[in-house]
Design a protein around this ligand. Structure first.
Ligand code: SAM
Length: 223
C-alpha cells in the first residue's frame, strides 16, 4: 500500500495540478495514491512533490508531475484498456496508469532501472504492470495490440511499427520533435493528429530513436 507519511504533500500537489488545468478525476485520484517519493532516490525524497523532473540514475529522469498528469489525461485511458509505455524509467508513470487501466506493459532499455521499477511496483501491489527490458523505440510487438500507447522519451517521430501495434480506436501520446524540444502529439489509430504544446524529454534511443545504436547519453537537462 502507498505510504501515508507524505499524504498531505501529495494532496497539495494534486490540488496544484487541478488549479493548473488537469480535469480528469481518474488521473488526479491515481496521482493522489501513488507515492512519488518511492520512485526517486532517497536523498531527493523531500523534493518528490515539487512539480519538477528529478534524476533517477543512468542519466535519466522521472518526468514533472504536471507532464505525467497531462499525458495521462490526453491518453483518455479507461479501466478495460491495455497500455504500452515506452520508457519505464522510475516506474512512476506506469504506477499512475496501473491505477486506471487493466494492464500495463512498460519497456525500459536500462536493465537496472527496469529491475528497480519492477520490484517497486510489485511491492506497491501493482500486479497489473509487466516491466520488460529492451528497445521499444518501435514498440513491443510481442504483447500487441494495445488500446493506448504512451511514449515517455523524446521521439523523432511515431514509427510505423509502433503505430501498427495500436488497436482500432486507440491513441498514442508521445513527445515528438528534436532532441532539444518536442510537442505533445496525440495520434489516433486513423492517422489523425492533435498537437498539445511544448515539452522537453530525454531522448528515445535505439532502432527507431535519435541514435540507432543507443550510444552515449547526455546527462540531466530534460524531463
Ligand atoms: N516514464 C518514466 C517515469 O515515470 O519515471 C520516465 C521516463 S524517462 C523521461 C525516459 C526513459 O526512456 C528513460 O528511462 C530511458 O532509458 C528510456 N528509453 C529511452 N529510449 C528507450 C527505448 N528505445 N526503449 C525503451 N526505453 C527507452
Amino acid at each position: 500500500m502507498a505510504g501515508s507519511d507524505r499524504r498531505v504533500e501529495r494532496e497539495a500537489l494534486v490540488g496544484s495540478l487541478e488549479r493548473n488545468g488537469i480535469r480528469d478525476r481518474a488521473v488526479l485520484d491515481a496521482m493522489a495514491w501513488v507515492p512519488r517519493e518511492r520512485f526517486v532516490p532517497e536523498d531527493l525524497a523531500a523534493d518528490a512533490y515539487v512539480d519538477r523532473a528529478l534524476p533517477i540514475g543512468e542519466g535519466q529522469t522521472v518526468s514533472q508531475p504536471w507532464v505525467v498528469a497531462r499525458m495521462t489525461e490526453l491518453l483518455e485511458a479507461r479501466p478495460d484498456h491495455r497500455v504500452l509505455e515506452v520508457g519505464t524509467g522510475s516506474g512512476y508513470q506506469a504506477a499512475v496508469l496501473a491505477r486506471i487501466v487493466r494492464d500495463v506493459v512498460s519497456v525500459e532499455r536500462h536493465a537496472p532501472l527496469a529491475e528497480r521499477a519492477s520490484a517497486l511496483l510489485r511491492e506497491l501491489g501493482l500486479d497489473n504492470v509487466r516491466v520488460v527490458t529492451g528497445d521499444a523505440s518501435a514498440g513491443h510487438a510481442a504483447a500487441a495490440p494495445y488500446d493506448r500507447i504512451i511514449v515517455t522519451a523524446a521521439s523523432p517521430g511515431i514509427h510505423g511499427d509502433l503505430a501498427a501495434q495500436l488497436a482500432p480506436g486507440g491513441r498514442i501520446v508521445a513527445p515528438v520533435g528534436t532532441e532539444r524540444m518536442q510537442e505533445l502529439v496525440v495520434r489516433h489509430s486513423d492517422g489523425r493528429e492533435e498537437h498539445h504544446g511544448g515539452v522537453m524529454f530525454v531522448p528515445l534511443l535505439g532502432r527507431a530513436g535519435f541514435r540507432p545504436n543507443g550510444g552515449s547519453e547526455r546527462k540531466g537537462g530534460a524531463a
